[in-house]
Design a binder for this molecule. Structure first.
Ligand code: NAG
Ligand code: NAG
Length: 343
């Protein structure tokens, strides 16, 4: 039932803000390439929640799909010239249903029936080497839960703790705690304030509070940085390199739009790599980065979620952007190599 959260209000807001967007965004007529790097839309919790009945764990919600589609429609209004010029459309997703579904929803909103697709490798959390996720799980143990939630978490964890060896139980507890805390954050972000795990969220958790701290999330980002996140960074870089070649004389540009369906880790990693001069936090559902290429100039814009207008953050030469991404890839490769040697 929580999936039917207030949908009418955002749509009305969307219509209004779209009109403003047309006025305030720069003219799109010179954009050769657009890369849309988006976190997936609203998803289900990553943990079964008895009060919510059956749902696809971690799947995109129907509302999440609709909002991503709306986002595609807004992009059409922001870049009318680019889309009218029949650009090549490529749909690039991390290998996870919510990421694939989000990218497809955006493309559906754009109204294109023919497009290329590419799926990028994504680690499955449950397959991860314990040594790799131990720092995250230990940090997750430090997550401070409000007393009302702590009680519910202990009740969920108790049976598992009894069955696992002591050396694993702290890690198992961290994992459960992180998943439950993330589930609650997810539901609150979707506007749900009812009861889960026997706890009334509206009464128990102060409005605006996030249970999964940025510090705990940063540990997850560290894991991603040395593995799957690098593949996403490399793909964005390779595309930019291709564009820069097209700009060499005799200039022959094939206009293109790439829609990336990504996870929060990927988007945070790209934000840190592209805009190191700013502080960044975990992106919300539908949070996005736009890279507009005009000749050798790349304009970097960001938006908090699908309702936000893009905000211009920097304009760089394409070779500077490639350099930033290349540096990020090299750092990851070096860290990963060191990690492997010490094992
Ligand atoms: C994506 O995931 C599926 C199922 O887990 C797997 O069979 C496939 O090889 C993966 N593809 C890539 C590119 O990692
Ligand atoms: C970024 O974070 C650091 C450390 O938390 C802080 O000292 C700095 O002022 C922040 N910078 C901006 C631009 O917010």
């Amino acid at each position: 039932m929580w999936q039917m959260s207030p949908f009418t209000l955002p749509v009305a807001f969307l219509a209004l803000s779209t009109i403003r967007a047309i006025d305030c965004l720069r003219s799109s007529d010179t954009v050769d390439h657009l890369q849309i790097l988006a976190r997936h839309g609203e998803r289900n919790p990553l943990f079964p929640v008895p009060e919510l009945g059956e749902f696809q764990i971690g799947g995109l919600t129907p509302r999440g799909y609709e909002l991503e589609k709306e986002f595609g429609k807004r992009l059409l209004l922001w870049y009318p010239e680019l889309f009218a010029a029949s650009p090549t459309i490529t749909c690039i997703s991390a290998n996870q249903s919510r990421c694939v579904d989000s990218a497809e929803a955006i493309v559906e909103g754009l109204g294109f029936k023919e497009y290329n697709t590419e799926v990028l490798y994504m680690l499955d959390f449950v397959d991860l080497d314990v040594t790799l996720i131990r720092p995250f799980l230990m940090e997750a143990n430090e997550i401070l839960l409000p007393a009302c939630v702590q009680e519910a978490v202990s009740a969920v964890i108790a049976p598992t703790k009894e069955n696992s060896p002591p050396s694993l139980s702290a890690l198992a507890e961290g994992l459960f705690k992180a998943q439950i805390a993330d589930s609650i954050d997810t539901l609150l972000q979707s506007g749900y304030t009812g009861t889960v795990f026997g706890v009334n969220l509206g009464k128990c958790i102060p409005s605006g509070k996030k249970l999964v701290s940025e510090k705990a999330f940063a540990k997850l980002a560290d894991i991603c940085a040395s593995s799957q996140c690098t593949d996403v960074v490399r793909k964005v870089k390779d595309e930019l390199q291709e564009f820069s070649v097209q700009n060499l004389p005799p200039r022959s540009v094939t206009r293109s739009v790439s829609v990336y369906g990504l996870s929060d880790n990927h988007v945070l990693d790209l934000l840190k790599s592209l805009l190191p001069q700013f502080n960044h936090t975990r992106p919300q559902f539908g949070g996005y980065i736009l890279l507009e290429s005009r000749g050798d100039d790349v304009t970097i814009l960001t938006g908090q979620d699908v309702f936000s207008l893009p905000e211009e953050r920097a304009v760089l030469n394409v070779h500077e952007v490639i350099q930033l991404l290349r540096r990020r890839i090299l750092t990851a490769e070096r860290t990963f190599a060191n990690g492997n040697q010490s094992r």
